[in-house]
Structures are given as structure tokens and as C-alpha cells.
Design a binder for this molecule. Structure first.
Ligand code: EPZ
Length: 423
């Protein structure tokens, strides 16, 4: 299992090209299934989760040709006129929950499919009950047998009005894709408002879908008979950008985040970082994050967009370990997303957890130690802590990190800090 050695006492100073968003690329890849004419995606991040999704599409019969570009991105051309398998197998789905996103497109285009239940993962049970409830509201027959979802819509999906009891990102994405060729109008209420959903809707509109309200909590879709080919560039990764901004804060340095309008994509995170330890300045096609001279304690709660992203919680906690006081973090999205606490404690952090709340008492310094990544975002929070710690930190199980961060060593070197991958 590969590890990353992080040398302590470093300072970030440089610029980072932010890649396409994992959480946009994954649903966009499944959207290719909706059209027999295929889909071309640019600015795809070369991540292990993307490779997993490509292998899933290949098992369905989609032909994906991938070409690498010099700017850390890939271009993927999906040829979808010979799909001949409608089962997403457990072997792939268990590696990546987002595989469940083939459910809506396969039902929309073919009227039947079987998808392995994703199972939980480190951060929680991660049910898909709302995905299934919404598809049933659109006329699908859904049965759960031997760990699989068997879904069928013999006479096609029907437009419906469906209200999500809670905001779900992939739930909204699955139903949005199911609705684009349904018979009649679909209204999704309390829909998720994440920028990645807007990106998916914009791509579907290029493919001929009729969608309004994306980015608000009410999305309206009028079904069309078929979708056609399109080209689309994956939205920049706001979570990667936020992660490197914290790298600048925790090492008392500065970083230019290149690749998008991050003030629009991270409104609450930026507001909280300005309270805590960063000054932001607009630069061409990006944003500069500069250490503001101290790390002040802050309280925040994670919640659906536009509130504080749960995917930046672990990274922010690493920073608050060095704040000049007590911070309280309320993780309202995932029931078990504090596994990085025990690892940070090994480095000298002083954190107590009670239910969904973590209380972080700032300490004077962290000490490098061997630690273990437990999930995708926690892995980078340990790297960030290691950059600021005294001495070296070795992060084990970095396959977690590779799921969501491409070229991490190279990008960290681009902003002046060194880490080494240990085979
Ligand atoms: C997406 O997961 C992201 N993944 C996650 O990012 C992210 O943490 C999450 O949204 C929240 O922003 C992708 O987009 C591929 P949800 P998703 O459905 O869609 C409950 C990362 O690090 N729920 O919005 O699976 C659920 O238990 C990953 O990049 C139901 O109860 O999350 C959770 O408490 C981690 N029933 C809440 O809703 C359902 O049917 C939000 O989950 C669906 C969800």
C-alpha cells in the first residue's frame, strides 16, 4: 500500500492549476448513456474514481476513448451506440458509490437495469432510499433482491412532481437524468443546489434536454424524445481549490488558485476562512489566498450548498488544530465523518467529539507521526497537518487521496512544498 511522506515546517508559496471536479465528472460521464450519439467531455480530472467510472461504463458497452492533455486534464469521448449490458456489478459499485448514478440514465434510455446496492463507506451508511422513491414516483417498478436494485419502466418513465425530504446531491442528479426523456413534465422540489448539479444540467441542455431552475431548490424538466451528441467541459473542482487554500493558511503562506470563479463556488467557506486566517484577492481566472497573520478559532456547521461544504470539513479541522482558541464544528451531513480526529490526535491535536459536534482546542504546534488515511478528504487533512507539523509525517493508505486529488505531489511542488510518495 502506498504512503506519502510529508516533511514538516514547510511554507506554501506558488500557484496551483485546479482540475475538473470529481463530483461533476462522475455524473457527467453517466449522462453519456442518455444519448445514442455519445458525449465528449473535456477537463476531466485523471482520478482513480474517474477510472472506476470509465470501467463501469465499459462493462455496460460504452466505448470510452481517453486522451491526456498537458494541463493535468483528460478528454473523454464516450461512444454509446452499442450499450448491451444493463447491470452495474457489485465488484465495481462497492469501490465507488457514485456508480449508482447509472440508474437514472439506464432507466431513461432503456427502461430497465439492475444496479448493485452501493453499501456504506467509511463516512456513513449512505442510503439511496430517496433515489428509489423518486424513480417510483416517475412510474418505475423498483425491487431490492440479493443486494441489487432491479428497476423497470416498461412503458417508459412519466414526468412527476417529487419533493426530496432532505437535500441529496446524487439523488437530485439521478432524478434529473431520469426526467430528461420522461413523458411530460417533472418538478423536483427541495432539489440540491450544488454547482455540480448546475454543471450537469448545463451539459444535458447542450444534449437537447429542456431544464429550468438548476441551482435553485426547484428544478423543472420537460421530457423530450431523445438527446443528441454534445461537448462539455467539466466544472472546476471547488473542493480541491478549498483544500489548497487551507494549505496556504496552515503553512502561513500564499497560493494562487487558478481555474475558476471560486468566490461564487465557495461562498461560505471563503467567508469563514476570512474570519479565520486568510485574505483573498481576485486574480485573472482565479483567486489568491494569503495567510492573514494568525489562525483565529471559528465555529461552523456543514450543510448543503451554499453553506459550508462537508467535503472541506476535515481539511478545515486540521487548520483549526493550530488556532489561538476553541472552535466548534457541527457535521450535519454525514454521521461518521470524524475519523480523522483520532489521526490528528496522534499528531498532538486536542479535539473532543460528541455526536455531530467536534470541539477543537488549538495547540501551539503539531508533531509529525505515522498516520492513516480513512477517507478521501481526511487523507488530505493529514497531509495539511503534516506540512505544518514539527518533523515528518507518513500518511498510509493514500489510495484514498488518489480518488479525489490528481497530481497532488506535483501540485504541492508547484506551490513550493515537497512530499514524497513511498511505494
Ligand atoms: C455527494 O454524495 C458527494 N459525492 C459527496 O462527496 C458529498 O459529501 C455529498 O454529496 C454531500 O455534499 C458525489 O457527488 C459523487 P447526499 P451523495 O446524497 O450524493 C442522506 C467526496 O468527498 N441521503 O447529498 O452520496 C445521506 O445519508 C464525497 O467527494 C439519504 O438519507 O450525498 C446524507 O446524510 C464524499 N437518502 C445526506 O442525505 C438518500 O437516498 C446527503 O447525502 C440519499 C441521501
Amino acid at each position: 500500500m502506498e504512503k506519502i511522506r510529508v516533511y514538516g515546517g514547510q511554507r506554501v508559496n506558488g500557484s496551483v492549476q485546479i482540475s475538473g471536479a470529481k463530483n461533476s465528472a462522475l455524473p457527467l460521464l453517466t449522462a453519456s448513456i442518455l444519448s445514442e450519439e455519445g458525449l465528449t467531455l473535456r477537463n476531466v480530472p485523471p482520478l482513480s474514481d474517474v477510472s472506476t467510472m470509465l470501467s463501469l461504463l465499459e462493462t455496460l458497452g460504452v466505448e470510452c476513448s481517453v486522451s491526456s492533455n498537458k494541463d493535468y486534464s483528460e478528454t473523454v469521448i464516450c461512444k454509446t451506440d452499442s450499450i448491451n449490458n444493463f447491470t452495474a456489478p457489485y465488484a465495481i459499485v462497492k469501490k465507488m458509490r457514485a456508480s449508482i448514478l447509472v440508474l437514472g440514465p439506464l432507466l431513461a434510455r432503456y427502461g430497465h437495469c439492475s444496479v448493485s446496492l452501493p453499501g456504506g463507506c467509511a463516512i456513513g451508511v449512505r442510503p439511496i432510499d430517496l433515489h428509489l422513491k423518486g424513480l417510483k414516483a416517475m412510474g418505475a417498478q423498483v425491487d431490492l433482491r440479493d443486494g441489487y436494485v432491479y428497476a423497470e419502466a416498461k412503458s417508459g418513465l412519466k414526468g412527476a412532481e417529487f419533493e426530496f425530504p432532505i437535500s441529496t446531491v446524487t439523488g437530485t442528479e439521478n432524478l434529473l437524468m431520469a426526467a430528461v426523456m420522461a413523458d411530460g413534465e417533472t418538478v423536483l422540489k427541495n432539489a440540491a443546489r450544488e454547482p455540480e448539479i448546475v454543471d450537469l444540467a448545463n451539459c444535458l441542455i447542450k444534449m437537447g434536454a429542456k431544464i429550468e431552475g438548476q441551482g435553485t431548490s426547484e428544478i423543472r424538466v420537460v421530457g423530450v424524445p431523445r438527446l443528441h451528441r454534445a461537448e462539455h467541459s467539466v466544472l472546476v473542482d471547488r473542493i480541491e481549490a478549498g483544500t489548497y487554500a487551507i494549505a496556504a493558511a496552515i503553512t502561513k503562506g500564499q497560493v494562487d488558485l487558478i481555474g475558476g470563479d471560486f468566490r461564487k463556488l465557495l461562498p461560505t467557506f471563503i467567508e469563514k476562512m476570512e474570519e479565520c486566517s486568510l485574505i483573498f484577492e481576485d486574480i485573472p481566472n482565479g483567486l489568491r489566498a494569503k495567510y492573514a497573520g494568525e489562525i483565529r478559532p471559528i465555529d461552523f456547521r456543514t450543510a448543503p450548498f451554499p453553506d459550508f461544504p462537508t467535503d472541506l470539513q476535515a481539511q478545515t479541522m486540521a487548520l483549526l488544530c493550530l488556532a489561538s482558541g476553541r472552535s466548534v464544528i457541527d457535521e450535519t451531513v454525514w454521521e461518521n465523518r470524524f475519523m480523522h480526529v483520532a489521526e490528528l490526535a496522534r499528531m498532538g491535536a486536542n479535539i473532543s467529539v460528541s455526536g455531530s459536534q467536534a470541539t477543537v482546542h488549538g495547540v501551539d504546534h503539531l508533531v509529525g507521526a505515522p498516520v492513516m488515511a480513512t477517507d478521501l478528504r481526511a487523507s488530505f487533512s493529514l497531509v495539511l497537518a503534516g506540512l505544518a507539523a514539527e518533523g515528518d509525517t507518513v500518511v498510509d493508505r493514500v489510495y484514498h487521496l488518489d480518488r479525489g486529488y490528481c497530481f497532488a505531489e506535483k501540485k504541492l511542488a508547484d506551490c513550493g512544498v515537497r512530499v514524497d510518495r513511498i511505494k
